[in-house]
Design a protein around this ligand. Structure first.
Ligand code: SF4
Length: 577
């Protein structure tokens, strides 16, 4: 099954901003935290807010305390003032595009213009807009209502940001023909416009369209309506649990779109579920292969083999004779630490990768045993490489184990009490740990000291793993934010993280080739430039929407380290005397 996710699926700019402001509010603003009305029309996100202690304030009390978030739709100015007067601190999460419409109305109302708002009278955004117009506002939702309006000396026409474009075009044509002195403003949000246009194009390319989002969400309902009008089977689901396998598993191409209030982690879950459907029907080898890949990814065995391959490549870059011990140490250490990471990070996986969370919940005991055994055998194997390797791996294992532990007692009142609390630490520590076991350990134990070549190969391996880990962080950014984690993409923002990753990967490509050219590492350095190049291609494909977050993408990214091993083997075969 080929699955396509609409580029416009999920949170629009305004909703994303409002959700991020809400998630960041606990700890930043005075408690209790409220949203004035439901922040968005998505039951899963609202349930999540409730879990985090962010509750809904439906009416303004006479007295109150804490913080109130104004939602993306905005509110009438008098409501904002009443909240302040009641004693709340107000955080305004009104979408900047709604603020623009409010400003147009306010400015013109002061100049005596009547305001004609095209929209749903009861919609919170329209209620807010009316508040900015004072007594001069009328709301219309049909051509009949427009025709029934009295003539105004001067008037403006604006639309609710999520209005139907075709209808608003009719309104504008009506105004131009009947009251050419009325000023009309294009206030429909292009996010809605693009989303609606894209679902039509998507429906042309696929056999069926899945629309993901809350049933109460107006813009999601409209998407489902447009998808249904295309004539292709269209399904509106809130979560992956509502997917009907019987209707979908035989289809060749399925498109997914989602409303502006649907979080990425729900879209990802739907995608992952769809990705699995055809394999369930397959028999024999294909099904077995799928299960094998899935299990090796879930148990981190595939990742560990990748670490072994990277170690193999690094030893050959350094001109060290291939030996089993360094690769085994790298594999066992990475297996142990990644298992522990997932065993202690199940809460985050609930959002980012629920299937993995279920797997770890189900096999917690066995996976814990595997983690301990891999860690123990890793240290024993390191002792075979000498005292230095043994001591280094022991220290690194202790660091890994203490990652989630409170190292500073609570009474000191410090925000950073665990290694995990250091912003961006996960990405950097994972990359450095891989770099140590793949390059530093074998390099130092073989050469007896830190040589320049050992340091640069360590830097090369660390940078490559950093790019891989930060890319996965980018895919998990919403789930991580929900859990309050401060990963690199959360700190830097998506765009800057992409730029950083590309810069690092280009640096890796150039570095290994230059090091080989100047003779600091073996000629293998030229060929290993292919690994960062392949990673760059994967990131590019993801950015263009050709690759989607799921098992396939994870498998391909992790395969880059196996690629380094395969390239090394070929190079050894080609250069063997
Ligand atoms: S749909 Fe547009 S106007 Fe409405 S919240 Fe999203 S970005 Fe803002």
């Amino acid at each position: 099954m080929k699955i396509e996710i609409a580029k416009t699926a999920g949170f629009c700019m305004g909703v994303r901003r409002a959700v991020e402001l809400a998630l960041d509010a606990p700890g930043r603003h005075a408690a209790p935290i409220y949203t004035y009305g439901p922040l968005i029309h998505n039951p899963q996100v609202l349930a999540l807010f409730a879990e985090k202690g962010i509750t809904v304030l439906n009416a303004i009390p006479e007295r109150g305390s804490g913080t109130v978030l104004i939602r993306a739709h905005g509110v009438p100015p008098e409501d904002k003032q009443r909240l302040k007067d009641a004693g709340f601190r107000v955080v305004d999460a009104t979408c900047p595009r709604v603020i623009r419409v409010q400003t147009i109305i306010r400015v013109h109302a002061r100049k005596g213009f009547a305001t004609i708002i095209v929209g749903d009278r009861d919609h919170p955004e329209v209620v807010g807009l009316v508040g900015y117009a004072g007594d001069s506002a009328v709301v219309v939702s049909s051509m009949a209502e427009l025709d029934a309006l009295p003539a105004f000396d001067k008037a403006i026409i604006v639309a609710q940001t999520t209005q139907n474009m075709r209808f608003y075009d009719q309104v504008k044509a009506w105004a131009a023909a009947t009251f050419p002195h009325y000023k009309t403003f294009d206030t429909i949000c292009d996010s809605t416009e693009k989303r609606q246009a894209e679902v039509k194009q998507l429906a042309d390319r696929v056999d069926s369209v899945i629309v993901v989002g809350g049933r109460q969400s107006g813009n999601t309902q409209r998407l489902a309506q447009i998808a249904a009008e295309s004539g292709k089977p269209a399904y509106h689901v809130e979560t992956e649990a509502e997917l009907d396998a019987c209707c979908l598993d035989h289809l060749g191409r399925v498109g997914i779109t989602a409303g502006a209030s649907t979080p990425n982690w729900i879209i990802k879950r739907v995608y992952r579920e769809l990705e699995r459907l055809p394999a369930r029907k397959q028999a024999g080898v294909v099904r077995l292969f799928f299960r094998l890949i899935q299990t090796s990814l879930l148990t981190n065995v595939y990742v560990a083999v990748g670490a072994g391959c990277l170690c193999f490549a690094c030893t050959r870059l350094l001109g060290i004779a291939p030996a089993g011990a360094p690769a085994a140490v790298a594999m066992l250490y990475v297996l142990s630490m990644h298992l522990l990471n997932h065993l202690t990070g199940m809460a985050e996986d609930q959002y980012n990768d629920p299937e993995r969370a279920r797997f770890y919940e189900r096999y917690r005991f066995l996976l814990s045993l595997l983690a301990i055994a891999a860690g123990g055998f890793g240290i024993i194997s390191a002792s075979a490489m000498g005292g230095v390797a043994f001591a280094m791996l022991l220290v690194m294992s202790l660091l890994g184990l203490s990652y989630n532990l409170n190292l500073i007692p609570e009474r000191f009142g410090m925000r950073v009490r665990r290694l995990k609390d250091i912003p961006g630490s996960k990405t950097i520590l994972i990359a450095a740990a891989w770099g140590v076991v793949a390059a530093l350990l074998p390099g130092i134990t073989s050469k007896g000291t830190f040589t320049l070549s050992v340091i640069v190969v360590f830097a090369w391996a660390t940078a490559l793993v950093f790019a891989r880990t930060a890319f996965f962080d980018l895919l998990d950014v919403q789930g991580d934010r929900i859990m309050g984690k401060e990963t690199l993409p959360i700190l830097l923002g998506d765009r800057r993280t992409f730029v950083l990753l590309k810069g690092i990967l280009v640096g890796c490509m150039v570095l290994s080739a230059v090091l080989a050219a100047v003779g600091l590492v073996s000629g293998l350095g030229f060929l290993l430039s292919l690994c960062p190049a392949a990673m760059l291609m994967l990131i590019g494909a993801y950015e263009k929407g050709h690759m989607l977050p799921g098992m396939r993408l994870e498998f391909l990214v992790e395969s880059l380290f196996l690629l380094s091993g395969a390239i090394t083997l070929l190079w050894m075969a080609a250069t063997a005397p």
